[in-house]
Design a protein around this ligand. Structure first.
Ligand code: UDP
Ligand code: LCN
Length: 800
């Protein structure tokens, strides 16, 4: 389409001239996708613009994510398809078009901010593409997020292509496995791949006749335990290896790697927020990530126990969650250095304080936007504590969110182990033009640090897991969270021409679930504790107690329920506004909101305080206090589980009104409880819910739409009560088939082994990237982080 654009520009010169004049006249240097499409549609529905319909111009404009208007030039960033971009410069007088490189496009963007012409500045350009030239990449958008399958194919082909050297590589890899100082799999009797091959044949003969109550007796042949609990399992594992040595095909290699005893201890990094098991949920910066990690740990420990047992080993798996110790713990256990994780045998939370540059312990909670100056020291302290706790290095380091991923990157490098990243929610796409406007937002958000940390950590990670596809590569219309790091610019700081590639096989979609012990269907009456029901009845229908506002006048209506941290992006006040504005919704339902605190003075989070004020302002509207009830955050997850079921009993629904939601654990929790869910179409819920079947997508940005969808549903339920039941069942089914922790844990362990192998055989090729990123860390991140410190202490924030 782009190739034939010049002809179309000439053919439709007159109308295009008018359209482009109109765009320039808007006097907006940067135009986003929605605005462009809106302007184009309006123009194409006029008699003069009609002729542009179905032309290449329309095709290009509908795929333009951003346009930079610099009269007479118009620069377009065209997203031809998922994660594939091209850049155009249009001369809107001459009607000429020129394809330009990403750097030139970014330079135009920078000019729109600082007005400086080309050649007037020297810009630091970050380009990671040269390092990746020889790296295997996926080619099709539908393969994105399934990196491990691709990698298996690549690894097996690579081993095959190495000829005689392939088996030797495998042998070298198998030799390194140890636990607590004991060798696993192989001992020194086997000295090379040929000997391994011969020994395997002998061992298989011996195993052929092994008894049922066989115990390990293959040391004299060079084999240590780790091959299997039973003779049969050991035989299968050895046969797989023999096959791989003979002819490595993708499936056999994957099946073999999955059996290797490699993962006995895991360090999980999650520094910010209040990380604890009680009284923390709903506090600022403390939500899904904490729930996710605790559930993840329980599921991982179970899966590790199982696989270690199957490998025939008696080793206790160790999982440590490393977080920040907060002396002013605000009623939580965050001031305790060590805490056992409930529901596990041996997993713990290890808390390490943040220290100032003078070495003093930071006493109070620190916003996730301001943690940057503390992380390097935190990583050093974490390394020491981890080694002391486990007694040796962990087998894998898992980072969470931008801060945890950066610390994981530092630790994995220092310890020489596999690094896995989990973003949870990258902030970059949540705020419009957050890269271009970074300096305006710096004082509040310090995005310069965050985006730099992200870029470093995502490039050092051996593998990245995401909860959805769109987290990586977006949708047809919207840019993925990771994709937004492909190229961007922080004017005055640096420009990224190749930051991360969504086609990199390091990306894998591994979706979380909801704890089935806590979030189960409301219809499973026998599992529901009676006292919880009474407690929740008074919570929902009781009188004011200082922790709630509003009392339902008519307790018989279905309840619309929403629960989240009170963060601007969560848009709880938006939901309240839709409800207040829709007479029919108010007539048909009651609205129950759970989140934040009701007393603005009890919050020290800027975002939360603003939202609390806004909520009260809205609730002051006449009549709302009798159909809306707003309750403070609920920190007890059993109670939360009970609330979802209670709402389902009223044949109500859950609403997730966020302007953007990276994944949305509440959506999965509500669905598991059998609640129909109306959730934002911006982010994860678009993928979790099948619209109209297991819930509804709502447009939380364009007013009116959401309330209308809800009204239509409740109307239909009145006419046909089966509508509610059908949706409730479909929601439960959807979660069971797609979002479970058991599947998650098995997948994560599988990935850890396969990427561990990849890391082993490609370690030399990655040294260059590492060195480049170390320089970026030292020369860019460190001074930026220091600047946060000086801003907080009232300095001017200038880097030295
Ligand atoms: N949550 C809670 N009490 C509250 C608010 C939230 O227990 O008052 C829990 C909720 O059940 C869910 C998590 O916090 O498990 C929020 O996760 P989600 O992914 O929906 O959003 P996040 O807060 O991570 O952005
Ligand atoms: C952070 C978020 O903002 C949510 O969308 C996710 O569900 C949560 O983390 C868990 O990954």
């Amino acid at each position: 389409m782009i190739e034939t654009l010049p002809d179309v520009l000439h053919e439709h010169r007159e109308p295009l001239y008018l359209l482009f004049r109109h765009l320039h006249a808007l006097d907006r240097p940067i135009l986003g996708w929605a605005e462009l499409v809106h302007q184009y549609d309006a123009f194409a529905s006029t008699p003069v613009g009609e002729c542009l319909r179905d032309t290449e111009v329309e095709w290009v404009l509908r795929r333009t994510q951003k346009a930079v208007a610099a009269d007479p030039l118009l620069y377009l960033a065209v997203r031809e398809r998922v994660a594939r971009w091209r850049y155009l410069e249009l001369h809107t007088h001459e009607m000429e078009v020129r394809e330009i490189g990403v750097a030139e496009y970014l330079a135009a963007k920078e000019r729109s901010v600082d007005g400086r012409g080309p050649g007037e500045r020297y810009v630091l350009e970050i380009d990671l593409s040269p390092f990746e030239r020889d790296f295997p990449k996926l080619t099709k958008p539908e393969e994105i997020g399934h990196g491990v399958e691709f990698l298996n194919r690549h690894l097996s082909a690579r081993l095959a292509a190495l000829g005689d050297e392939g088996p030797q590589h495998l042998f070298e890899f198998l030799r390194v496995h140890q636990v607590d100082g004991r060798s696993l799999m192989l001992n020194e009797l086997i000295r090379n791949a040929d000997e391994l091959y011969e020994a395997l044949k002998k061992a298989l003969d011996q195993l052929q006749d092994a008894e049922r109550d066989w115990s390990w007796s293959l040391r004299h042949l060079g084999f240590e335990p780790g091959w299997g609990r039973t003779a049969q399992r050991a035989r299968e594992t050895m046969a797989l290896l023999l096959d791989v040595l003979d002819r490595p095909d993708a499936d056999t290699l994957a099946a073999f790697l999955e059996r290797i005893p490699m993962i006995f201890s895991i360090a999980i990094l999650s520094p910010h927020g209040f990380f604890g098991q009680a009284n923390v949920l709903g506090k600022p910066d403390t939500g899904g990530q904490v729930v996710y990690i605790l559930d993840q740990v329980r599921a991982l420990e179970r899966a590790m126990h199982h696989s270690i047992r199957e490998q025939g080993l008696e080793v206790v798996p160790r999982i440590l969650v490393v977080t920040r110790l907060i002396p002013e713990a605000d009623g939580t256990s965050c001031d305790q250095p060590v805490e056992h994780i409930l529901g596990t045998r041996n997993a713990r939370i290890l808390r390490i304080p943040f220290r100032t540059s003078e070495g003093e312990i930071v006493q109070e909670w620190t916003s996730r936007f301001e943690v940057w100056p503390y992380l390097e020291r935190f990583a050093v302290d974490a390394e020491r504590e981890l080694l002391a706790e486990i007694g040796h290095r962990p087998d894998i380091v898992v980072g969470n969110y931008s801060d945890g991923n950066l610390v994981a990157s530092i630790l994995a490098h220092r310890l020489g182990v596999t690094q896995c990243n989990i973003a949870h929610a990258l902030e970059k796409t949540k705020y419009q033009d957050s890269d271009l406007r970074w300096s305006d937002l710096e004082e509040e958000y310090h995005f310069s640090c965050q985006f730099t940390a992200d870029l470093i950590a995502m490039n050092t990670a051996d593998f990245i897991i995401t909860s959805t596809y769109q987290e990586i590569a977006g949708t047809k219309e919207s840019v993925g969270q990771y994709e937004s790091y492909q190229s961007f610019t922080l004017p005055g700081l640096y420009r990224v021409v190749a930051g991360i590639d969504c086609f990199d096989p390091k990306f894998n979609i591994v979706s979380p679930g909801a704890d089935p012990e806590v979030f189960f269907p409301h219809s499973e009456e026998w599992r529901r504790p009676a006292e919880l029901k009474d407690e929740i009845t008074s919570l929902v229908f009781g009188d004011g107690d200082g922790l709630s506002r509003g009392t339902f006048a008519d307790a018989g209506k279905p309840i619309l329920f929403a629960m989240s941290r009170l963060d601007v992006i969560k848009n709880m006040s938006g939901l309240l506004e839709w409800y207040a504005d829709s007479e029919e919704l108010r007539e048909r339902t009651n609205l129950l909101l759970v989140g934040g605190t009701l007393d603005v003075d009890r919050s020290n989070d800027r975002d939360e305080r603003e939202q609390v004020r806004r909520m009260h302002e809205l609730m002051d509207r006449p009549g709302l206090d009798s159909s809306v009830r707003w309750i403070e955050m609920q920190t007890d997850k059993n109670r939360v589980g009970g609330i979802y079921r209670f709402v389902a009993d009223t044949r109500g629904a859950f609403v997730q009104p966020a302007l953007f939601e990276a994944f949305g654990l509440t959506v999965v929790e509500a669905m598991s409880s059998g609640l129909p869910v109306f959730a934002t179409r911006y982010g994860g819920p678009l993928e979790i819910i099948e619209d109209g079947i297991s819930g509804f997508h709502i447009d939380t940005v364009s007013d009116g739409d959401a309330a209308a969808t809800m009204v239509a549903f409740f109307r239909e339920c009145e006419e046909d009560p089966e509508t509610w039941t059908r949706m409730s069942k479909a929601a439960i089914e959807r979660v069971h088939s797609h979002y479970t922790w058991e599947r998650y844990a098995n997948q994560l362990l599988r990935l850890s082994r396969i990427y561990g192998f990849w890391r082993h055989i490609s370690s030399l090729e990655r040294a260059e990237t590492r060195r480049y990123l170390e320089m970026f860390y030292g020369l860019m991140f460190r001074p930026l982080a220091k600047r946060v410190d000086s801003m907080a202490s009232g300095g001017d924030g200038q880097t030295a």
